[in-house]
Design a protein around this ligand. Sequence first.
Ligand code: GDP
Length: 458
Amino acid sequence: MGRQGNTIAAVATPAGPGAIGILRLSGPGAADIAAACFRPLGRKGLLDHPTRTLVYGSLLDCEGQVIDQVLCTYSRGPASYTGEDTAELHCHGSPMVLSLGLEALFAQGARQAGPGEFTQRAFLNGRLDLAQAEGVADLLDARSREGARQAAGQLSGALSRKIAAIYSALVDVMAHFHAVLDYPDEDIDPFTQEQLARDLEAQRQDLEALLSTYQRGRRLSRGVKCAIVGRPNAGKSSLLNTLAGYDRAIVTDIPGTTRDTVEETVELGGIPLRLIDTAGLRDSSDPIEQLGVERSRRAMEEAELILVVLDQSQPAREEDAALIRAAVERAPTIVVLNKQDLPCQLEWTEPLDLAASVPICAKTGAGLDGLAELVAQTFPRDPGSGYGELLTNQRQAEAAGRALESVRRAGEALDLGVTPDALLTDVEEALSALGELTGQSVRDDVTDRIFQRFCVGK
Ligand code: GDP
C-alpha cells in the first residue's frame, strides 16, 4: 500500500458527457494499479507492451466487472509528463464510467489528486520549471488567440530561456566580483570596474525590457477592460450581441437581478476584451437608460479601451462630440460608426479626427474585421518579444521588479566605489529573485499556491 498510496488519480477531462473521458494516474504504483484495472484484448499484458503504446481493452471494477471498453497507455518514468510512472485510460466520455473507473483505481490503492498535483509533480521532478508550469495554467485559461500562443510559448520554455540568459550573465558578473574579493587589499582596477559596470548595465536594460512586457502579458491573461458607450439607440447592445456571437439580451435581461453584475469577455483582434457593464447595455428600453450618460461615464472610468458607438444614419449632436472628447482623455478610443447599411447623415468630421474610427453594421456584423484590426493595432505586439516571452502575472512581475532593483543598486554602488562584498549582496539578491521566476529559489508555500490555481486532473 505504501507505493500505491503515493499514487494519484483523477478525471482529466471536463465534467459532463463527452466523446472521450480520460482517467489519469501518476506515482510509483501506477503500473500495478493500471494493470489491475485494465484487461487488454490481446494476450499480451499491458506492461508487456512498449512504454507509451495505446492498448485496447476493458476497464474493470474491483470485482472484475467490465466498466467500459477503453484505450490505455502506460508511460514509464522519468520519460512522462510528471516524471513518474503514469497511465491514462481513455474511456467513453460518460460521467458514470469515469466515476466507476476512478473508484476502481482508488480500490487498488490510488488516491484522489489535488488541484494541479500532476503538474506540481512534473515541477518537483524537474520536468517543467515554474514559469513553464504557469504556462500550462495560462494555456488552459486562455481567452484569446494571442493569449493561447503566448502561453504555449511559455510552456515550451521561451520565458525560461530569457530569464536563464540574464541569470547566467549575472553569475558571470558575480564570478568577476569574487575574483576581485580574493585580493581584498587591492582596489578594483579601472578596466575591470568599467567592464563590470557595462555588464550590469546590459542586464539592467534586459530586465527593464522584460518587465515592460508585463503590460501586454497582463492584458492577454486577464483581458482588457472595455467600455461600449454612446447615445441610446446608437447600437451598443447590438454590437455587444454581435461580438458575443449570440443574442443573450433576451435571455438574461431580467431587470433588477443581473444589472451591474454581468461582465462578458469577447475576443477581438486576438485580444480578450472584458466588456464592462454589459447589463447596462441591455437595458436600453429601460427608463434607467435615461441615466445612460452617467453609466457611460462610470464605465469609461475603469476602461482600458473605449468603443464609442455612433449611429451614422442620424445627424451627430454636440453630446456625441463631447463623449468622444471625454473618452480619448481617459483611454485608447475607437469610434464605431454604426448602421452602415443606412444612408449617412452624420454631417461632421472634426471630432472623428480625435480617434480612430471604423464603419460597421452591428446588425449583420459587417465591418467587424476592421474593428478587430483597430483593436489589434491599439495593443500591438512588441517586435522585440516573441510568443511566450511575456510576464503574465503579478508574481512574475514582482520578482522581475526586485531583480531589476537589485541590479540597479549594484550598478549605483559600483559607481560610488562601494566595497565589492556589498555589491555582491545586491547581485545575489537579483539572482535569487530571478530564481523565483523559474522556481529554483522559491518557497514551497508559494509553489503550493500556484498549483492551487490549476484544475483537478492537470
Ligand atoms: P443601444 O440603445 O445603443 O444599445 O442600441 P440597440 O443595440 O438597442 O439598437 C437600437 C436600434 O438600432 C435597434 O432597433 C437595432 O435593431 C437597430 N440597429 C442596431 N444596429 C444596427 C445596424 O447596424 N443597422 C440598422 N439598420 N439598425 C441597427
